[in-house]
Design a protein around this ligand. Structure first.
Ligand SMILES: Cc1cc2nc3c(=O)[nH]c(=O)nc-3n(C[C@H](O)[C@H](O)[C@H](O)COP(=O)(O)OP(=O)(O)OC[C@H]3O[C@@H](n4cnc5c(N)ncnc54)[C@H](O)[C@@H]3O)c2cc1C
Ligand SMILES: *[C@@H]1O[C@H](CO)[C@@H](O)[C@H](O)[C@H]1NC(C)=O
Ligand SMILES: *[C@@H]1O[C@H](CO)[C@@H](O)[C@H](O)[C@H]1NC(C)=O
Ligand SMILES: *[C@@H]1O[C@H](CO)[C@@H](O)[C@H](O)[C@H]1NC(C)=O
Ligand SMILES: *[C@@H]1O[C@H](CO)[C@@H](O)[C@H](O)[C@H]1NC(C)=O
Ligand SMILES: *[C@@H]1O[C@H](CO)[C@@H](O)[C@H](O)[C@H]1NC(C)=O
Ligand SMILES: *[C@@H]1O[C@H](CO)[C@@H](O)[C@H](O)[C@H]1NC(C)=O
Ligand SMILES: *[C@@H]1O[C@H](CO)[C@@H](O)[C@H](O)[C@H]1NC(C)=O
Ligand SMILES: *[C@@H]1O[C@H](CO)[C@@H](O)[C@H](O)[C@H]1NC(C)=O
Ligand SMILES: *[C@@H]1O[C@H](CO)[C@@H](O)[C@H](O)[C@H]1NC(C)=O
Length: 585
């Protein structure tokens, strides 16, 4: 009886009576403001009281720059101040704002501080409401609300994400930025690790972690950029570090996750408890399996670190590119079976190593790795400038290369950027190495103006210097790589159309050329342009994709977690009005 009525309803025949007059299937699309199904004010007020008045309605910060639209609030002085602040202080201005993504591509859609005042100010891709999360129960309330009301969910800490994963039209945002807890322990004890550790709240940024652990005599694997979040996108999305050759990738450091699952269960996931969730969260991509409240990671005793810089210029194009090719060829030897890390960028005019990181070594370690290379510069008539320093701690080296914390200064907050993992085999093979250099040479040339930031790291699983780690879902391509490299171009505030052209050129030409030159390998899933057209399931997740998808389905049968290029993302499409809809229905 029940089955046949249900079928009748589905195919639209026969009388539909009583209890069966309600739709039996969940709606295909998440609701957005203006839809009849969008929760009414009472529903939002009720949520607000459940979360103790911590619900915030988004007002775009640039409403002071616009005279029209829902959020018009033009104020010439306030707008000029905002523009100046964004251009000069970058992260400090937007990062603490709920509802504002950092990447201009996502807020340029509407209510940009830099578009003409008479353009209307609307929410666009911004979340409609944010919960200023202070506890697991706030997260549970938010998850319950989106499950019941069919509202899209996003999670945001810094809003740095390059693909717009921490923002979404018509969404309720779990804004974890104020979960600012930090707690070091001398003796974390478990079957899989005993020793120092630090528990990092989901709102903490790298610069805060570094200052804190330094005060306790430790160092940890963390992002190079102080402004980058720690427990969210970074660690869940693999995470590279200046200390990767020494200790491994960020996901390798995880001892436990404090997490609320999409069902609302508040659990601790470790290699022993909820082991599948532990495994998926450690490298399988952020914003996919649950909402992390904190991560506990290994800490290591701090000590001396040698650092420095090296630079040579393009004063003779053929000699220069030959030298750059040799530099790449020597990369594996520089970091193999050692804790060394070498970060540099290449442009048409210079190769600049802006950070050598030699943990627990002195400057003779830098002289050692450069000994075979510097004569090659000399024989090609390329002058160089080398500076080396003995620092007393990791923090001192980091500050000297990346600038003052907590935010750091070197990192471009608003670039157009991609990433490619470079296999050892490519740089060592003369033909493949030359092909890669030709791609660099083409796209760094004047008319394109790209530069490529790169780090030599050793990530081989059989390293003799790194501690063993529990199994995790880091894409195995990482372990075969010698470097990750980021084509990069700054954002043009005064000419967004230029930046859109750069995005298209990166995804349509430069990046595919780099993919061809590097063969079968991966990308860093956190550092890719939103328009990326590659085989993302393989390049971001590799052989782990299917198992990750099973775990996603197991923990999120409610379909509350979605992010661009996240595991399971291809089960969704965005409709013509910006609604998130099931693609398979
Ligand atoms: C200027 C800049 C510098 C960077 N520097 C580095 C670097 O040095 N090393 C490096 O490896 N990467 C770096 N990145 C890349 C960085 O790792 C990613 O942008 C990452 O997504 C940032 O994470 P977040 O949590 O700070 O950002 P958000 O944009 O707030 O979140 C990113 C993603 O993580 C999810 N997420 C956030 N918090 C949680 C949570 N608590 N639980 C579950 N999901 C969550 C969100 O849903 C979203 O999908 C940098 C990026 C930028 C823009
Ligand atoms: C939530 O409640 C607080 C305290 O009553 C109030 O200040 C805030 O404006 C409310 N938020 C929304 C979105 O109504
Ligand atoms: C950003 O703004 C510029 C200028 O208003 C516009 O030409 C461009 O199309 C916008 N970009 C996006 C992604 O909407
Ligand atoms: C968010 O909550 C914190 C306390 O957890 C508070 O200090 C802060 O002012 C709140 N922010 C906003 C924008 O409401
Ligand atoms: C750590 O735990 C193990 C058992 O898992 C135990 O044998 C050992 O004594 C503990 N060490 C400390 C310092 O607590
Ligand atoms: C490289 O060029 C820059 C900018 O012109 C200059 O400041 C620097 O001294 C040059 N370095 C070398 C080693 O020639
Ligand atoms: C660093 O310390 C080592 C060991 O004391 C010393 O040999 C070296 O000269 C120092 N390097 C610099 C640049 O001072
Ligand atoms: C070297 O690279 C070239 C170009 O990618 C490739 O054709 C060749 O097979 C590679 N050689 C070896 C020994 O792998
Ligand atoms: C590099 O490009 C810049 C502009 O993008 C140009 O001014 C410079 O001449 C170029 N240098 C070389 C060595 O090609
Ligand atoms: C690790 O494996 C690689 C390739 O399989 C090999 O070249 C290297 O020598 C190995 N290193 C150690 C320390 O065994």
């Amino acid at each position: 009886m029940m089955v046949s009525s249900f079928l009748a309803l589905l195919i639209g025949i026969g009388p539909v009576v009583g209890a069966y007059s309600k739709p039996q299937l969940p709606p295909r699309c998440k609701t957005i403001p203006g839809d009849a199904a969008w929760p009414n004010k009472d529903a939002w007020d009720k949520l607000n009281s459940t979360v103790g008045g911590r619900l915030i309605a988004t007002v775009p910060v640039a409403h002071v720059c616009h005279t029209g639209g829902t959020f018009s609030g033009y104020d010439e002085t306030a707008c000029a101040d905002l523009q100046e602040s964004i251009q000069n202080e970058g992260a400090a201005t937007l990062q603490p704002q709920p509802g504002e993504p950092m990447n201009p591509y996502f807020y340029n859609l509407t209510c940009s501080p830099f578009t003409p005042a008479d353009q209307p100010c609307e929410l666009g891709e911004r979340a409609v409401y944010s919960i200023n999360v202070s506890s697991a129960s706030d997260v549970q309330a938010g998850l319950g609300f989106v499950r019941e009301n069919n509202v899209r969910l996003v999670i945001k800490n810094t809003g740095l994400d390059y693909m717009g994963k921490s923002t979404g039209k018509g969404s309720l945002s779990l804004w974890v930025h104020n979960l600012k807890t930090l707690e070091a322990t001398k003796s974390f004890n478990s079957s899989y690790y005993s020793g120092p550790a630090v528990k990092v709240g989901a709102g903490i940024i790298a610069g805060e972690v570094y200052e804190y652990v330094n005060s306790k005599g430790y160092r940890v694997v963390g992002p190079e950029c102080g402004l980058c979040g720690f427990a969210g996108g970074y660690t869940q999305g693999v995470g590279h570090s200046q200390l990767t050759s020494a200790y491994g990738l960020a996901a390798d450091q995880v001892l436990e996750w404090e997490v609320v699952t999409p069902a609302g269960d508040y659990v601790t996931a470790t290699p022993e408890k909820h082991a599948d969730l532990y495994w998926a969260l450690a490298g399988g991509g952020p914003g996919t399996y649950g909402v992390v409240l904190s991560v506990t990671v290994r800490a290591y005793p701090d000590g001396p670190v040698a650092g420095g810089t090296l630079r040579f210029n393009n004063t003779n194009s053929d000699a220069y590119w030959e030298a750059v090719g040799l530099w790449y060829k020597m990369g594996p030897g520089m970091v193999k079976d050692s804790p060394k890390n070498v970060q540099f960028f290449v442009s048409n005019s210079t190769l600049w190593v802006f950070a050598f990181v030699m943990p627990d070594q002195d400057t003779s370690a830098i002289d050692g790795i450069l000994a075979p290379f510097l004569p090659e510069l000399e024989s090609r008539g390329l002058p160089y400038e080398l500076k080396t320093y003995n620092y007393t701690s990791y923090l001192e080296n980091l500050r000297n290369s990346y600038g003052a914390l907590p935010y750091g200064e070197l990192c471009p907050v608003y670039p157009v950027l991609g990433s490619r993992l470079i296999p050892r085999a490519v740089v060592l093979n003369e033909t493949a190495n030359k092909n890669l250099m030709d791609v660099y040479r083409t796209y760094t040339a004047d008319e394109f103006g790209w530069f490529v930031g790169c780090s030599f790291i050793d990530t081989a699983e059989n390293s003799t210097v790194r501690p063993a780690h529990p199994e995790n879902s880091v894409n195995p391509y990482w372990r075969e790589s010698i470097a990750y490299c980021n084509p990069n171009n700054p954002w043009h505030w005064d000419d967004p159309a230029h930046s859109i052209r750069d995005k298209n050129q990166l995804s349509g030409e430069f990046f595919p050329a780099m993919e061809r030159a590097t063969g079968k390998t991966g990308v860093y899933l956190n550092e890719i342009d939103s328009l990326y057209t590659g085989d993302w399931k393989d390049t971001m997740y590799g052989v782990h994709y299917e198992r990750l998808l099973e775990i996603k389905h197991k923990y999120d049968p409610y379909d509350v977690m979605y992010a661009h290029f996240a595991v399971g993302a291809d089960e969704w499409i965005i409709d013509g009005s910006g609604r998130l809809c099931k693609a398979i229905y």
